[in-house]
Design a binder for this molecule. Structure first.
Ligand SMILES: C[S@@+](CC[C@H](N)C(=O)[O-])C[C@H]1O[C@@H](n2cnc3c(N)ncnc32)[C@H](O)[C@@H]1O
Length: 261
């Protein structure tokens, strides 16, 4: 159909161009063929809402991080899997600290950018496909709002089961989420209400990403309250042991693998 994007590696292309703009190395988007054009991630929601966010933050060093990112990395221990590593900003700091860390991502382009930035251990795939590789972990990170990868009530148990299969005894998950319900904007409150009427969690977003001519398929991304998250975890092999909401509406949820019987 006219105007529909070509399905492709949106994050990979976007991060490659973001790195080129930041370093001045390699082909990069230019205004009028001369001036650097900032790289913008376009996020489309299924009600027609479109947001644009500068992508440069994916490359940020620790000096530009939010306080909760620092608190998250300070809780890391042991063999660590950075799930949805993106441009590898978290993995790079952990490597510097001598933490054995692996970056996992579904985007081949994101992994290429992470590799160029110096991340040594990288895996292309999902938590489900990674189980067969035999590697096991003490800490799983879902930063940069990647609690969203739980998607919703249907996916969460399978996602947690894959993490349990990848876990060493006593493993922990540290996930960064955002409580979406503080808003009074009718565009968002109406969206949450329509979602609930369809049996979905209010902040179970249906999104696709776009960059230049490329788009992703539509996917679910979960933005939920800590209480909703606790309900998703309840009855699985994981226990929600801490919610750090010092930077509300952002929070860090820590889960621990319950002892096997
Ligand atoms: C919002 S970015 C976060 C990047 C990074 N964690 C950070 O804080 O800068 C999300 C990343 O997750 C990756 N991703 C999306 N779905 C994934 C999945 N099912 N498994 C692994 N990675 C995924 C994307 O390709 C992207 O690089």
């Amino acid at each position: 159909m006219m105007g529909e994007p070509q399905i492709g590696d949106v994050i990979g292309e976007l991060l490659r161009d973001t790195l080129a703009v930041a370093t001045g190395v390699g082909p990069r988007p230019l205004v009028g063929g001369r001036l650097p054009r900032p790289v913008i991630e376009i996020i489309e929601r299924d009600d027609g809402l479109i947001n644009g966010a500068p992508a440069a933050h994916y490359l940020d060093g620790p000096a530009d991080w939010q306080p909760y990112d620092h608190r998250a990395v300070d809780r890391v221990r042991g063999e660590t899997l950075d799930i949805g590593t993106g441009a590898g900003r978290i993995a790079l700091l952990l490597q510097e600290r001598g933490v054995p860390v692996t970056g996992l991502d579904t985007s081949a382009g994101a992994l290429a950018v992470s590799r160029r930035r110096g991340v040594r251990r990288l895996v292309h795939g999902t938590v489900d496909t990674h189980v067969a590789d035999g590697q096991r972990y003490d800490t799983f990170l879902l930063l940069g709002n990647n609690l969203g990868l739980f998607e919703g009530r249907e996916r969460a148990p399978g996602f947690l089961a894959a993490l349990a299969a990848l876990a060493r005894p006593g493993a922990q998950i540290i996930a960064h989420g955002t409580d979406p319900y503080g808003t009074r904007d009718p565009l968002h409150t109406g969206y949450h209400e329509r979602n609930r009427r369809r049996g979905r969690l209010g902040g179970q977003l249906r999104l696709r990403l776009r960059y230049r001519e490329l788009g992703t398929e539509w996917f679910d991304y979960l933005v939920c309250s800590a209480d909703e998250f606790a309900a998703l975890v309840h009855g699985t092999g994981w226990q929600l042991t801490d919610v750090d909401d010092r930077d509300a509406p952002y929070y860090l949820a820590t889960l621990r693998l319950a002892d096997s019987p």
